[in-house]
Design a protein around this ligand. Structure first.
Ligand SMILES: [Zn+2]
Ligand SMILES: [Zn+2]
Length: 308
């Protein structure tokens, strides 16, 4: 999944902060207006900023300003493209070995069924992973920190995923798929296992693209993609839109979304959250009242309307 580097972006003081002429630190609009309308008229050079009125530094986990339309953090680099090429090659090797093995053994039903199971399991895996990084850890969490930061940023500015270039959006998962699947490709010749691995890993690697499509309007989608969404083969726009509405604790799966109804109706994630809370004492973010770091901001006027 993509790495959103909002914390590296310049602060936009126009939207959230108002800078008083005589001050060099950031403060809130309310505070500055108060200062402007009260003390500043009589004692313009003696403003005292009370610490409690200064907002805390922006959360590094979510940043404080959305990326600009052409922000470099949304562009693909050659490194991103190389990892996506590597991931695709790895998946294609497993698929090719599965087909060749099935042809040699004259067995097609089992590998095909295994591939179907891989597609279904990938949706479940995407939901479990998404739930985990939406709810636990932070940007300093080992290995997953960048992903957690990116997904929290995604909840604040969901529309950015539609501006993110293809390889930028997929490179992190493609790298993970390369490391996990390449060894399997090298040591396994079972067409059934490889059938499962190829579709499961392929769907997981492309889950961020399916996710991006779920944020686009139908008119912007390729007709085939819109048709696959309507058929429930790819996660639908309406289903994923529910994930971005309060209470922000459902519809985590982003491959086909076939697991969402079951997981939500059976309160599977709620049960896991309770288990983790009582065993480890950690609270998921979904238990907290949504705050400004979590809830969505609309696009700037110069940007297109969100596509939920
Ligand atoms: Zn989410
Ligand atoms: Zn989303």
């Amino acid at each position: 999944m993509s790495i959103l580097t909002q914390n590296k972006l310049p602060l936009s003081s126009q939207r959230h902060f108002h800078t008083c002429p005589s001050l060099t630190i950031r403060t809130t609009r309310v505070h500055c207006l108060a200062a402007t309308t009260t003390k500043r008229k009589t004692e313009p050079n003696q403003l005292v900023i009370e610490p409690r009125l200064v907002p805390p530094p922006p959360s590094k986990a979510t940043g404080s300003t959305p990326p600009r339309l052409n922000d470099p953090s949304l562009q693909s680099t050659w490194s991103h493209r190389a990892w996506v090429a590597s991931g695709c090659t790895t998946v294609l090797i497993s698929l090719a070995k599965s087909i060749v093995g099935a042809a040699n053994l004259h067995v097609w039903a089992e590998p095909t069924l295994a591939a179907l199971v891989g597609y279904i399991v990938a949706d479940l895996g995407s939901g479990v992973y998404h739930w985990g990084i939406d709810n636990y850890g932070g940007d300093s969490t080992p290995i997953f920190g960048a992903q957690i930061e990116a997904f929290q940023g995604h909840h604040k500015w969901p529309w950015t995923i539609t501006r993110r270039q293809f390889a930028n959006n997929l490179h992190a998962l493609a790298r993970a798929i390369t490391f996990v699947v390449l060894p399997i490709d090298l040591i396994c010749d079972d067409p059934i296992v490889l059938g499962f691995v190829s579709t499961c890993s392929g769907c997981i690697m492309f889950s961020q693209q399916f996710h991006a499509w779920a944020h686009m309007t139908k008119s912007r989608l390729p007709p085939l993609v819109a048709a696959l969404q309507d058929l429930g083969i790819l996660v639908s726009r309406s289903q994923h839109a529910a994930h971005h509405r309060p209470p922000y604790n459902n519809n985590y799966c982003i491959v086909s979304g076939v697991w969402n109804e079951f997981l939500d109706n059976q309160q599977v994630f709620e049960a896991l959250e309770m288990l983790l809370f009582f065993k480890l004492g950690v609270r998921p973010r979904s238990w907290s009242e949504p705050n400004s770091d979590w809830t969505e901001e609309t696009e700037a006027p110069s940007q297109l309307t969100p596509n939920l």
